[in-house]
Design a protein around this ligand. Structure first.
Ligand code: PLP
Length: 379
């Protein structure tokens, strides 16, 4: 049996999304900047996609900019905010995705920005009192805090972060890559200046994402060399990817409640089965806590064993694709900065299982069975 449980790394394209993209691969191939019919067809598809994304986020199309994905959108939000504003100070957490952390650490070296890290509670939750304290003591800053952690699934109350930032005249950027199209984001309710999405995390194509920039938050262009994206991002647009992104987001948002229930059901089933079959199993962060954790991610901490470093390899041999850390580091041997920050025991084996609407109970049964077999062999 082949089981794909690495949906936080990337998801399968939904066949309906593929159908929506196909005409733009085969027939409507015009350059959206051309003024003839072929060009106008492509331009119209981009603007319809922009309107769709904006409607789903309850905001204006003028605030949506298409990018090559989450990493570019995070880089842009951070670099352009710091270049355009008077901020030299950034507040973030040590468990952000590298698209945020490495960007900030680079700017710390090249642009003399100061980074302050907000304290985390032992389970990885943001300590809001410390965030308030940092802003009170140090004054306005760019605050970059993610909505849903890509390794342990912890959810942060971004509405509350937005309110705190507003109180302190600060700019709020949120890496929402793992949460967009899995939770409703109403931008009339959340006080955020920049927010990002990536199509391949919700059954859309790879290489297509977006950056929301609040109208009042004026930043300079991200890529020079063309008038595309209203002079903000030069370069011929990825029409096929943009069409796929909007379609995938539409499907996800229309069926959000059903998908949520189905996937949460699989995650709960896996938690129960693992607990019943593997004595000493634990869950990293808030992973097993239904209300405060992304329903698509379960980060399992398995008891110490000699060949724990072979865990993912052994699962792979059994046909199960999962991850041992951040999506972007899967395949590499670099340890997880998130689990290290949480003080996780390095002798325990950590596996991130991440689910999608395409997974089944049978796949969960099979996976738990294989994990249990691996542990019986070791015992
Ligand atoms: N931010 C988070 C939280 C992610 O999980 C990822 C991808 O794993 C990214 C950013 C990067 O997104 P992309 O792969 O679209 O560049």
């Amino acid at each position: 049996m082949q089981v794909y449980l690495d949906n936080a790394a990337t998801t399968a394209i939904d066949p309906e999304v593929f159908e929506a993209m196909k005409p733009y691969m085969l027939n409507h191939y015009g350059n959206p900047s051309s003024i003839h019919t072929h060009g106008r067809q492509a331009r119209s598809a981009i603007e319809q996609a922009r309107k769709k994304v904006a409607d789903l986020l309850n905001t204006s199309p003028a605030e949506i900019f298409f990018t090559s994905g989450g990493t570019e959108a995070d880089n842009t939000a951070i670099k352009c905010t710091l270049q355009s504003g008077n901020f030299q100070q950034v507040i973030t957490s040590k468990i952000e995705h590298h698209a945020v952390l490495h960007t900030l650490q680079h700017l710390e070296r090249t642009d003399n920005i100061t980074i302050k890290y907000v304290n985390l509670d032992p389970n990885g939750s943001i300590n809001f009192d410390h965030l308030q304290e940092l802003l009170t003591i140090n004054g306005p800053a760019l605050v970059s805090l993610m909505h849903a952690n890509n390794e342990i699934g912890n959810l942060t109350d971004i509405k509350r972060v937005g309110e705190i930032c507003h109180e302190h005249q600060s700019i709020f950027h949120s890496d929402t890559v793992q949460a967009i199209a899995h939770y409703a984001h109403d931008l009339q309710e959340i006080d955020v200046h920049c927010m990002v999405g990536s199509a391949h995390k919700f059954h859309g194509p790879k290489g297509a994402g977006f950056l929301y920039i609040k109208a009042e938050h004026k930043i300079s262009p991200f890529i020079h060399g063309g008038a595309q994206e209203r002079n903000m991002r030069g370069g011929t647009e990825n029409v096929i990817g943009i069409v796929g992104l909007a379609k995938a987001m539409e499907i996800a948002c229309q069926n959000m409640e059903d998908h949520h229930q189905h996937i949460q059901g699989l995650k709960t089933l896996m938690i129960e089965k693992l607990k019943s079959k593997i004595p000493g199993v634990q869950f990293n962060g808030l992973s097993d806590c239904a209300d405060n954790s992304l329903y698509t991610i379960l980060n399992v901490s398995l008891p110490p064993a000699d060949d724990n470093e072979m865990l993912l390899f052994n699962l792979d041999i059994s046909g199960i694709s999962a991850s041992g850390g951040s999506a972007c580091s899967s395949g590499s041997n670099v340890g997880s900065h998130v689990l290290t920050e949480l003080g996780a025991d390095p002798d325990r084996g950590s596996v991130r299982f991440s689910f999608s609407k395409f997974n089944t109970e049978e796949e969960v049964d099979y996976t738990v069975q294989k994990v249990a077999e691996l542990y019986q062999v070791k015992a």
